[in-house]
Design a protein around this ligand. Structure first.
Ligand code: SF4
Length: 348
């Protein structure tokens, strides 16, 4: 924006002016510039935004604060890594606290850390701890906060700091409770570790709500992997309490520039020339990802859940799946043996 105002060239930037230039090839996959982000200046925003106060009206809700940008993972359906890039840029903890302080002084007590992931990988655990310690040192001790948490990237000290600083809700997007499918979706985490870390959070005193995001039928779902997801969810319920763990069930929306889009092209599920912005019913049906052979099965499960218990949809879906398909062992959910393909014999 600064370059635009100064009438400088945008050639080296990850953007182009529509009508004046064309996007470079693979521009969308270039890494964003590593600019250090300072705190929002809410006095300034108020001076230019007439409806500023409206932003704070629902006082039971969370106000967003970003603590970092980027995510290094590879989850097959996710577009965060394209929009924000794979390089994680940590916002200085003092700037984050300064931004929170401005909101705090305006009466805000509930914060949502809007990062793609609050702890994107284990090497960012110390950054998360630094921020939480600075929040404590700032004296904002009556706040609550929430975030997306990759629960494989915790340790007992971080779990304790999270509880101490007022985390009262978090979402874990494990997508599936089957290690085999987690691997196939390139999500890069270990479900056993997630369970252990959730136990650490519980032991640290966490006693609030957890939302667990599941998207069935992404890649290679079978009745066995569905049973594994249900049994895994029951294990999370055993840790946090069934009333505290809410299964949030939704279908993946197919996003441009993702591995899943490549998969859809290669398997003739979506035409290579499709326009993701044109939502015809036929397009919409394909982009809301629920392909056959299990598409009709999941459709009927969801309809039954909507009819019988719309106010507790996620738990109802889990109950229906368990009723229709039975259950399995937790160990089967946690193990994903690598099946070696037979090697072709080299002919002499
Ligand atoms: S960890 Fe979350 S934000 Fe990162 S690639 Fe996976 S789904 Fe996207």
């Amino acid at each position: 924006m600064e370059k635009l105002v100064r009438n400088q060239s945008l050639d080296q930037e990850r953007c182009y002016i529509v009508g004046e230039a064309k996007p470079r090839k693979r521009l969308i996959h270039e890494q964003p510039a590593a600019i250090e982000k300072t705190a929002c200046n809410y006095d300034y925003i108020k001076s230019i935004w007439r409806d500023f106060e409206y932003y704070f009206e629902a006082d039971d809700f969370y106000v967003g604060v970003q603590t970092k940008r980027g995510c290094p993972h590879n989850c097959c359906y996710c577009v965060y890594t394209v929009i924000e890039g794979k390089q994680v840029r940590i916002n200085p903890a003092d700037e984050v606290v300064a931004e929170m302080r401005q909101l705090y002084d305006r009466g805000i007590r509930n914060f949502w850390f809007t990062d793609a992931q609050f702890v994107p990988a284990r090497r960012y655990i110390e950054d998360a701890k630094e921020l939480l310690r600075k929040i404590i040192a700032s004296g904002m001790t009556d706040i609550h906060w929430a975030a997306y948490i990759r629960a494989d990237n915790l340790d007992p000290e971080l779990a304790s700091l999270m509880v101490q600083t007022g985390m009262n809700y978090f979402e874990i997007g494990i997508t599936s409770g089957s290690q085999e499918l987690v691997r196939k979706m390139r999500m890069g985490y270990n479900l056993r570790t997630v369970l252990q870390n959730c136990q650490d959070l519980k032991d640290a005193g966490f006693d609030a709500m957890v939302s667990v995001n599941y998207s069935f039928n992404v890649i290679d779902e079978t009745y066995d992997t569905i049973r594994q997801t249900v049994v895994y969810h029951r294990a999370l319920e055993a840790i946090f309490g069934a009333d505290k763990v809410e299964p949030a069930i939704f279908f993946i929306g197919l996003q441009p520039h993702t591995h899943l889009e490549d998969y859809a092209f290669e398997n003739d599920i979506v035409d290579r020339n499709y326009n993701p912005l044109i939502q015809t019913p036929m397009n919409g049906r394909k982009l809301l990802w629920n392909p056959e052979p299990l598409g009709a099965f999941f459709g009927s499960v969801c309809l039954e859940a909507w009819k019988s218990n719309p106010n507790d949809f996620g738990r109802e879906v889990m109950a229906i799946l368990e009723r229709r398909l039975g259950t399995t062992t937790l160990e089967s959910a946690l193990s994903a043996p690598i099946v070696e393909k037979p090697k072709d014999l080299v002919k002499a």
